[in-house]
Design a protein around this ligand. Sequence first.
Ligand code: AMP
Ligand code: ZN
Length: 457
Amino acid sequence: MIKMLKIYNTLSRKKEAFKPIKKGEAGMYACGPTAYWYQHIGNLRTYIFSDILRRTLEYNGFKVKQVMNVTDVGHLTSDADEGEDKIEKAALKEGKSAKQIVDYYLGIFREDLAKLNISEPGIWCKASEHIKEQIELVKILEKKGFAYKTSDGIYFDTSKFRDYTKFARLKKEGLEAGKRISLKEKKNITDFALWKFSEEPGKRQQEWPSPFGGIGFPGWHIECSAMSMKYLGEHFDIHTGGIDHIPVHHTNEIAQSEAATGKKFVNYWLHGAFLVFKGEKISKSTGGLFTIAELQEQGFLPLAYRYLALTSHYRNPLEFSLEGLEGAQNSYKRLKNIIAELHDDGKTNKAYLKKFESAINNDLDMPKALSVLWGLLRDEKAEGKIATIKEMDRIFGLDLLKKEEISVPEEVKKLAEEREKARTEKNWGLADEIRKKIIDKGYAIDDTPEGTKIKKQ
Ligand code: AMP
Ligand code: ZN
């Protein structure tokens, strides 16, 4: 049964009921990684958000076709279409081929998706494998008068696309003022490269012949228009990404797609807010650029990070700290331990499930959905807990019913050994003190005839 799902559409800046183009189906495109380095936990927050969206659509009975791109060429170090290609730069630095760089970082990214229970998209597409489609699109834009040539490439003329400033609510005056700064051969400050000519043909690892009068490579934005339209059609349902994409990347995607086809590109645009560190966007200078592997090295479970991400609404910034993650991990472990003790009575609790569904269908309100879950667990009289949690976990993706061997942290193991030593020395006071420390860390000690066992509390 298809229920009423409301999602916040950046196009209208309003929550809207989701109405698919094709009954019972949803086409969804997520801007994927630029595969020149690890995806940090900030990037991964955005993919957890699009995963929740996809799961919610599926929960509501939609058949979802999800496409994600991999940027493996054309993303330059400066957003003003200048600077080095991020992939080429990494290849040079690491002494590898561009393909090796992309394969390596994409491999790690896919491992991270699996660790975080993020379902992979049905279709992955790489920019370098869709050069023909991108050239075709640029040719259409040239033919329709939306493109012009400079000495370093083919550019989109944003002044020709009437609604250019609409999506991001850009201020026209600000853009006019911007003209005074480094326009070079561009006609308008917001014009962007559709195709760039290689500065020295033969030097780059990735370049292709083009009908535009030069060997080169595609601009960053054109890949998402060309590939999304190839796999989902010229007009499709949902497009997602991080909030930083609104003013440039997505604005440009809309301009070039709608200019080329003459029709509406996407019905619903959804954007995830940032993971911030000390109040700022995480970056090399502010810190917080952790990867999932680094968090694991520090004793964190990847799913504790997923839990943390679900404790805040996707449209609110989430402040990251290791202490905050530790708190999330403790709650997550507590949740699993409570669930592990439940017995299946074969029933489903419709009342709690209904509350849960209204939370997720209200623009993916995961904090609310989590509080419904905790409410169910705390409600001593509630029936049907196991089956209800199973349903909820279709969206949470937290492996709530999966029983696993607990891994005891090194420090707890060490404390247990110290306690054993104190006991053999008959130092009962010290042994008791250590036991308390172990309990404080969330573990219990069980002295059995086979020896001492450590259990999660
Ligand atoms: P990139 O690999 O830089 O193209 O980024 C991949 C995705 O992560 C994009 O959708 C970005 O909008 C998103 N992103 C980048 N930084 C953050 C952050 N700190 N928090 C959440 N999402 C982010
Ligand atoms: Zn994109």
